[in-house]
Every structure is written in structure tokens, then in C-alpha cells.
Ligand binder design. Structure first.
Ligand code: TZP
Ligand code: MG
Length: 213
């Protein structure tokens, strides 16, 4: 299996219900150079999520980019996605691993230093520092932002890939990468950009220039 590149993850914006707009932005993100896509749907029914997942997978295959499904192991299995991203209160990590197998990418959200030290985080393929900054995009179950100091503390104890999420834009990306993150995960910095393609290219360039990629 090729090594996963955590440079820039586009987390899809479930506030966009129009499929043409939704997939036009996803395709712009893929063209602009995202290295991972996470399909995140928090409000729709299973059939709608599944249909979006089928199409998202088709697009990701064209661009040879892994597709990860937020929370839903069943949807990931149904569309042969490359993995899942789960939170602390989703399917237990060991069960997700058993269901998906050893070759799937499993990411885990971490909101405290304590969570980063636990076995689940150590067994995950990557962790998401969630949130690094405050954001208006996720309004429920959002922990206190860890900030740069939280990121630095977690980096000291965590040796696997780490991406940050929450309130990230082109003005704070370099600081996140220079303080130890392997990559960033964004929703609105791409989905709400006037030009998602340009925004993606800019974010990618900042991560690549700042990091050791
Ligand atoms: N998890 C933690 S913050 C967040 C998620 C899904 C939303 C990030 O959205 P944005 O627009 O990049 O701040
Ligand atoms: Mg979750």
C-alpha cells in the first residue's frame, strides 16, 4: 500500500446540499492538489450519504486520492473507501479496525493530551487535533481549541502522522506546520472560498513550503 500523504485533507462541507455545487467544489479541491478527502455528512439520511459516497469515491479514484468516510464504517465498507475518520464517541477503534481490516486508514480525533497518549490514538494511522482553533463550521461536540501550545505538547508524545483541524486558513497554516503538524484538514477554507481551486493550491503550497515534505 502506498504511504498516505497527510499534507492537505479536504473535509467536505455538509451545509452544501446542492449536489452540483458540492461535487464541483470537491473536484476543484482534487484538481488543486488535496492529498486526502474526508466525506463528512452529519445530517442527511443514509441513502443520501451513500449516494454522495459513491460519487466521491469515483472522483477520488480518477485523481488517485484516498477517500475517508467520517464516522460511518458501513458507508466506508459499502463504497470501498480507503478508510474512516472516527471521534472519541464513535465506533470503538478496535471494532472499526476489525471491521475494516488492517489496510484501511483509520484516523482518530483527539481533543486533549490525555487522549493522544491512549492506546487507541497510538494504534490509529493518524490523529486529528480537533479543534486547533475555534470554528463556526462545527457547532456541536466541539472541544476547547488546543491552540499551538496544545499542538506542541501532543507532538512531543505522538510519533505518528498528525493533522490539525478547525479554523485553519492560509494565514495560520504555516504556524501549524512549523509547530509539528504533518498536515492540515479544512472545510471552509476550500468550500467557502471564492475560488476553491486557487484556495486549495495556495494552502498546499504553504504546507509544502513550510513542512519537510
Ligand atoms: N472537526 C473539528 S473542527 C471541524 C471539524 C469537522 C470543522 C472545521 O471546519 P473549518 O471550516 O475548516 O474550520
Ligand atoms: Mg465523529
Amino acid at each position: 500500500m502506498p504511504k498516505t500523504d497527510y499534507t492537505l485533507m479536504y473535509v467536505t462541507d455538509d451545509s452544501i446540499r446542492d449536489n452540483n455545487t458540492f461535487f464541483a467544489i470537491l473536484e476543484a479541491a482534487l484538481k488543486g492538489g488535496v492529498t486526502l478527502v474526508q466525506l463528512r455528512e452529519k445530517t442527511c439520511d443514509t441513502a443520501t450519504f451513500y449516494k454522495r459516497a459513491v460519487h466521491a469515491k469515483e472522483l477520488c479514484v480518477v485523481y488517485n486520492i484516498p477517500l475517508i468516510i467520517n464516522d460511518r464504517i458501513d458507508i466506508a465498507l459499502a463504497v470501498n473507501a480507503d478508510g474512516v475518520h472516527i471521534g472519541q464517541t464513535d465506533m470503538p477503534f478496535n471494532v472499526a479496525r476489525r471491521l475494516l481490516g488492517k489496510n484501511s486508514i483509520i484516523g482518530l480525533s483527539v481533543s486533549t493530551l490525555e487522549q493522544a497518549i491512549k492506546d487507541n490514538a497510538q494504534a490509529a494511522d493518524y490523529i486529528g487535533i480537533s479543534p486547533i482553533f475555534s470554528t463556526d463550521t462545527k457547532t456541536t461536540d466541539l472541544a476547547k481549541p488546543l491552540g499551538i501550545s496544545g499542538l506542541r505538547s501532543i507532538r512531543k508524545v505522538y510519533n505518528k502522522p498528525m493533522v490539525c483541524i478547525g479554523g485553519i486558513n492560509k494565514n495560520n497554516t504555516a504556524e501549524i506546520i512549523s509547530n509539528g503538524a504533518d498536515g492540515i484538514a479544512v472545510v471552509s477554507a476550500i468550500s467557502k472560498a471564492v475560488e476553491p481551486l486557487t484556495a486549495t493550491k495556495e494552502l498546499k503550497q504553504i504546507v509544502c513550503k513550510t513542512g519537510t515534505h
